[in-house]
Design a protein around this ligand. Structure first.
Ligand code: FES
Length: 167
């Protein structure tokens, strides 16, 4: 009995080590260290490498290339990068202005995520509406949008200003 207990104690760490080695190898085939990094997220790229590149075409037709973080809206990117698109984002993303109107290439447009009825209602009021228009405050960045092009329309229509001017 005592021999079984002693042998069990000696073998337990060996079994645990073997279990970890097999488990890590299953998660990340390759060397022992590579496997460990898989568990600790050490193989993930640095945060700066996790950014998404966006190419804005401004109202003058110039390309402005910036980076944003996944999860940020395109309005967040414009604000964070201090981009000077006159009148852009006047309602600060509250779906009340359509000044954040952007036009995309069709392949990008298909990857932008769902459009809400509220966004469609506000898009109807946008200047230069196209089949691939979206509101920048409603479009969130994902890695699949890397290198996307977003065109800022020539002009903006801010429904709030026309209400102010008529009232
Ligand atoms: S910032 Fe006003 S609707 Fe997007």
């Amino acid at each position: 009995m005592a021999l079984v207990t002693v042998m069990g104690r000696l073998l337990a760490p060996v079994r645990l080590r073997e279990y970890c080695r097999r488990t890590v190898a299953a998660v990340a085939p390759g060397s022992w260290l590579t496997g460990l990094r898989g568990f600790t997220s050490g193989t993930r790229p640095l945060r700066s490498d996790n950014k998404v590149t966006i190419n804005f075409i401004n109202r003058d037709g110039e390309k402005v290339t910036v980076k944003g973080s996944p999860g940020d809206s395109l309005l967040d990117v414009v604000i964070n990068e201090d981009l000077d698109f006159d009148g852009f984002g006047a309602c600060e993303g509250t779906l009340a202005c359509s000044t954040c109107h952007l036009i995309f290439d069709e392949d990008v447009y298909k990857n932008l995520g769902p459009v809400t009825d509220e966004e469609l209602d506000m898009l109807d009021l946008a200047y230069g509406l196209s089949d691939t228009s979206r509101l920048g405050c409603q479009v969130c960045l994902t890695k699949s949008l890397e290198g996307m092009v977003a065109r800022v329309p020539e002009s903006v229509a801010d429904i709030r200003q026309s209400k102010d001017e008529s009232g």
